[in-house]
Design a protein around this ligand. Structure first.
Ligand code: ADP
Length: 243
């Protein structure tokens, strides 16, 4: 798409959202039978699947830690997930996204409960529309809980940015391409930030205001994550009662 003349008109974005609105979210928990925990997560035009395996044996053995579990996170974009075919396999960007996403989740996992073991998280991006790392973290957080991994809390993530000199929550692809700043953030429901990256420029005041917007977005997402998990497990429990 060529650069639109305006990304915001009369306070409304090109996709009809207000500046502080996140895109629609759909969550399905436990979609993969062979994983210990899994989640399908739609965040606007992003579609991702997270699969969690573990705690399990560490291969290769030299990666094991004697006092805690190792957490491994692999973010991968399917070649059909973007407009132009993406060359399959890891690249600099996917290695970076994997690293920061792992670091966004590690603080909430009780790794010390599982020495000499591995917790493996795989995130596959099926469709990308800006915000895949945040969608991946949201999905992975649910998949970890679904796998029964002990956690201090969930982690929720969304980006805040600036387009046409206006702060906006959860940028879509056009806003990401033609905007002035993009700041993905992940946090726990009590506001502890576990990921903060910045592409572009924000003033100090914009940064502060943006952080507040991101907090609001993350709280909304946390509520949806909790509801999705509760739905799966309350329906399982109902099944048990009815049998
Ligand atoms: P995020 O997806 O977390 O926002 P980026 O800001 O790096 O991460 O990417 C923004 C968007 O750019 C992606 O969601 C995707 O739509 C697109 N994109 C990223 N990598 C590629 C690629 N190799 N080829 C085509 N589009 C890509």
């Amino acid at each position: 798409m060529v650069k639109p003349e305006k990304l915001i008109e009369n306070g409304i974005r090109l996709d009809g959202r207000k500046p502080d609105e996140i895109r629609p979210i759909k969550i399905k928990v436990g979609v993969l039978n062979r994983a210990d925990g899994s989640c399908y997560f739609e965040f606007g035009g992003n579609k991702v699947i997270a699969a969690v395996y573990g705690p399990r044996e560490v291969h290769p053995r030299h990666q094991q830690k004697s006092t805690s579990a190792v957490v491994r996170y692999r973010y991968n974009m399917a070649s059909f997930s973007v407009e132009e075919r993406k060359r399959p396999g890891p690249d600099r960007r996917s290695i970076e996204v994997s690293k920061v996403s792992r670091e966004a989740l590690e603080p909430v996992i009780f790794q010390e409960y599982f020495p000499r073991s591995a917790i493996d998280i795989f995130v596959e991006v099926l469709q990308a529309d800006a915000g895949t790392r945040t969608a991946g973290i949201n999905a992975a957080s649910i998949a970890l809980a679904d796998a029964g991994i002990p956690m201090k809390s969930l982690v929720s993530a969304c980006a805040v940015g600036k387009v046409d000199d206006t702060l906006v929550l959860d940028l879509n692809k056009d806003e990401d391409n033609y905007g002035q700043a993009d700041m993905p953030i992940a946090m726990t429901p009590d506001g502890k930030i576990t990921l903060l990256q910045m592409d572009g420029h924000l003033t100090r005041d914009e940064f502060r205001e943006g952080l507040e917007m991101a907090k609001k977005g993350c709280l909304e997402i946390a509520q949806l994550q909790r509801t999705a998990l509760m739905e799966k497990y309350s329906s399982l429990m109902e099944g048990e009662v009815n049998e």
